[in-house]
Design a binder for this molecule. Structure first.
Ligand code: F0G
Length: 352
């Protein structure tokens, strides 16, 4: 039975006999061949569907590791700043470990599904008037003086857990892809994947991908080379103007001969609709930034025809029902009776 990534990859992780087992069977997510989009784009495209983790995002990989180590070190409480997914994962694993989670979120800019999770898992939810960057600064200060363990991705255990997604991709493909496309927010995940690919290559000789990271245009600090004071994007998960792992992300880009580029909200929403409507894979807008980037890079030649590309779908579409409803043309056919329905179906089926 699969018991989660701490068991699966224990020899690659900082685990001791004292590390508590708080697994929710996280990891082991599917690598889905995106056949229709592959054909359209002329590449071999796969989606690493991290939205199928227990709290619906890749954050579970890092959080199971970070919370286990915090508990091992005697912590009774953890704290994080979050655009939503980190708070959901922190809340779930804290509950699992029997400790308290404090989650600090930017006021009004968090998708409802994520907030619902933090509430359900029983976190202490703190909202501040500022954005994610200000929330992160606040929790870093607080963790200096108070008896709480900081579990944002500045905690190195987070990246250790998250690097396992790169291991899985190499195992699933039986090699590294040519290109790994990934959304960039606080820039922890791109750094974790690169670490994972390098470690797996060293052990198994699987080769290395080029890392193609994508920020939202209104929050593209790394691309523009400057802190964005007031980041704005429909992809609230990556609405971040001063990424904590900025330097690590640039190293991943440069060492791998990759790119960090930006995608507009329009490109993000186009990719968001496309992957649901053409492949049956529902991802949250922040996750669609990677597919938007793949489309852009096929068009401008940064991805070559026939290349094997993995796009990371970091979070589940169900996390953000408001965007799903507001950004899509909704057509609901109201029927008054069975006859009405029968007529509607006959017309529809006849036109197929
Ligand atoms: N995709 C999703 C769905 C996210 O929630 C995040 C980050 C990212 C991509 C970007 O990853 O920060 O490692 O570059 N969400 C954080 C949060 C900031 O608080 O949930 P990153």
């Amino acid at each position: 039975m699969y018991e989660g990534l701490l068991k699966q990859y224990q020899e690659y992780l900082p685990i001791t006999e004292k590390t508590p087992q708080i697994a929710l069977a996280e990891g082991n997510t599917p690598l889905i061949p995106l056949k229709n989009l592959s054909k359209e784009l002329g590449i071999n495209l796969y989606g690493k569907y991290e939205g199928l983790n227990p709290t619906g995002s890749f954050k579970d990989r890092g959080m199971v590791m970070a919370v286990a180590k915090a508990v091992e070190d005697g912590a009774k409480a953890i704290i994080c700043a979050s655009t939503g997914n980190t708070s959901a994962a922190a809340a779930a694993y804290a509950t699992r470990a029997g400790i308290k989670a404090y989650v600090v979120i930017p006021d009004g800019k968090i998708a409802m599904g994520k907030l619902a999770q933090a509430i359900a898992y029983g976190a202490d939810i703190i909202s501040i008037p500022g954005n994610f960057d200000e929330a992160l600064k606040a929790v870093r200060d607080i963790a200096e003086t108070e008896a709480v363990a900081l579990v944002n991705s500045v905690n190195p255990y987070r990246l250790e857990g998250q690097k396992t997604a790169a291991f899985e991709i190499c195992e699933q493909l039986e090699k590294a892809p040519d290109v790994l496309a990934i959304p960039v927010g606080n820039a922890g995940n791109i750094s974790a994947y690169w670490k994972g690919f390098k470690e797996w290559h060293e052990k198994k000789g699987t080769d290395l991908p080029r890392m193609h990271g994508f920020e939202a245009e209104g929050a593209a600090a790394i691309v523009k080379g400057e802190v964005i004071e007031e980041p704005e994007t429909v992809a609230t998960a990556i609405r971040i103007g001063n990424p904590a792992s900025w330097k690590l992300a640039e190293a991943a880009r440069d060492e791998s001969n990759g790119y960090i580029d930006s995608v507009t909200d329009e490109e993000i929403l186009n990719a968001y609709r496309k992957v649901a409507a053409q492949e049956g894979v529902f991802v949250e807008p922040g996750s669609a930034a990677s597919l938007a980037g793949v489309i852009q890079h096929v068009e401008n030649g940064r991805i070559k025809p026939g290349e094997t590309v993995v796009t990371v779908f970091t979070g589940n579409g169900l996390k953000d029902p408001d965007t799903a409803i507001n950004e899509t043309d909704i057509k609901i056919n109201k029927m008054s009776d069975l006859e009405d329905m029968r007529r509607h179906l006959r017309e529809g089926v006849a036109s197929l």
